[in-house]
Design a protein around this ligand. Structure first.
Ligand SMILES: NC(=O)c1ccc[n+]([C@@H]2O[C@H](COP(=O)([O-])OP(=O)(O)OC[C@H]3O[C@@H](n4cnc5c(N)ncnc54)[C@H](O)[C@@H]3O)[C@@H](O)[C@H]2O)c1
Length: 366
């Protein structure tokens, strides 16, 4: 398939691009490089030995997106462009909703104009809101997000459900749990100095002496050791899950199918810290700090449906996560060249964010 990947220069996105190329698909990427960097895609091309056509554009800018669709027919869109940090979405509510929703609108309009029907939304476990008693969350669990990130993603999901019910698109929603680790080559991985950097990336900074200690959000949650429990899934597994969802889309009779991408293994923040200490053979300083009110105790996936229907299961362990992240960190202590900094400004769109009339060039074979 020829696949348009949005946000393909980002942490999860570049691993998805690599997994798609490895599976034999052709890939175009659109990214505005507010967080991702072309360097990640250059490395993906090198790892895959394949070319990636890259478009620098704001996906919320419908004119820019339409110009990309006009370059040739796509068979599918995999949508990862957006703001992924819970804290950043909390602090920048309008930016979060605008980015996470306007990008989806622009893509869906262009898909309608150009007759593209397959859409994979990289959603988040944040839509569930978590559980206090540690019950694993199946796709049928209640959607009660506790953050603007989760609510913006849930809104995307509602929109897609309504659109798919009208027969306009076929949709796979993949709900990623806590993605961590890096490609085993150490060539692509997670930047630590961006909003929303994950736990393993932050621990890596402490190990490297770039942070004095790890701040742990709360020590009195109703979990086995009082610290928050999450489901840490290796980024390469999560990326392969996106490919499995895309390829499984045509086999399901449902217009919208939701699949969890997690391990099903509950792991607390202290569990991760102890694991890093064991793998690296050294003690890592940490401090328990007050948790933001929106911190939920436990977010763990029930992956029964994904395993049964897609044959996908996470293959890498938490030790793999730690080792692969550390390899990446050691070879790239300051990230990709040039380093993307948290000060990267929000550029906003320069074109139209919404347009109701199809462009004259659009050809919809349906
Ligand atoms: N990383 C995780 O732990 C995680 C967990 C759950 C879900 N997800 C999903 O995966 C997506 C990507 O996550 P990530 O970790 O790769 O984040 P990221 O910030 O590393 O990547 C996002 C990419 O999107 C690009 N982007 C942002 N706004 C854009 C816009 N308007 N137009 C074009 N490009 C834009 C950024 O430049 C960046 O390259 C998230 O949006 C989220 O839906 C990630």
């Amino acid at each position: 398939m020829r696949v348009l990947v949005t946000g393909g220069a980002g942490y999860l996105g570049c691993h998805v691009v690599l997994a798609l190329l490895t599976a034999g698909h052709d890939v175009d990427v659109v990214d505005d490089f507010t967080r991702g960097t072309p360097a990640s895609l250059a490395r993906v091309e090198h790892l895959a030995g394949r070319h990636v056509t890259t478009h620098a554009a704001d996906v919320a800018d419908i004119d820019a997106v339409e110009r990309i669709f006009a370059t040739g027919r796509f068979d599918a869109v995999v949508h990862l462009a957006g703001l992924r940090s819970t804290d950043e979405c909390h602090d920048r509510v309008l930016d979060a909703y605008e980015t996470n929703l306007a990008t989806t609108f622009a893509l869906l309009r262009c898909m309608a104009w150009y007759g593209v029907q397959r859409f994979v939304l990289s959603s988040s476990a944040a839509v569930y809101g978590g559980s206090d008693d540690g019950t694993p969350l199946a796709e049928s669990a209640r959607i009660v997000p506790s953050s603007p990130l989760g609510r913006s993603m849930a809104t995307n999901e509602h929109l897609l459900t309504d659109l798919a019910a009208a027969g306009a698109v076929r949709v796979a929603v993949v709900r990623c749990f806590t993605t961590a680790g890096a490609h085993p080559s150490g060539r692509i991985g997670e930047l630590a100095k961006v909003p929303g950097a994950g736990l393993v990336a932050r621990i890596g900074e402490v190990v490297a002496g770039q942070r004095p200690h790890l701040a742990v959000h709360g020590g009195d949650h109703p979990t086995h050791d009082g610290t928050p429990v999450r489901d840490f899934v290796h980024v390469a597994d999560a990326a392969e899950g996106h490919v499995a969802a895309l390829e499984g889309l045509d086999d399901t009779s449902r217009a919208v199918t939701t699949w969890n991408l997690g391990t099903g293994v509950p792991t607390s923040v202290l569990d991760v810290l102890r694991r890093v200490e064991r793998v690296l053979g050294r003690e890592i300083p940490h401090r328990i700090v007050d948790a933001p009110a929106r911190t939920v105790a436990s977010v763990v996936a029930d992956v029964t449906r994904t395993t049964t229907e897609l044959g996908w299961a996470a293959r890498r362990t938490l030790d793999d996560v730690v080792r692969d992240h550390w390899r990446w960190h050691q070879s790239n202590p300051h990230g990709y060249p040039p380093t993307v900094t948290p000060e990267t400004p929000w550029r906003g769109g320069v074109g139209h964010r919404l347009r109701l009339v199809p462009p004259p060039a659009a050809v919809n074979p349906n």
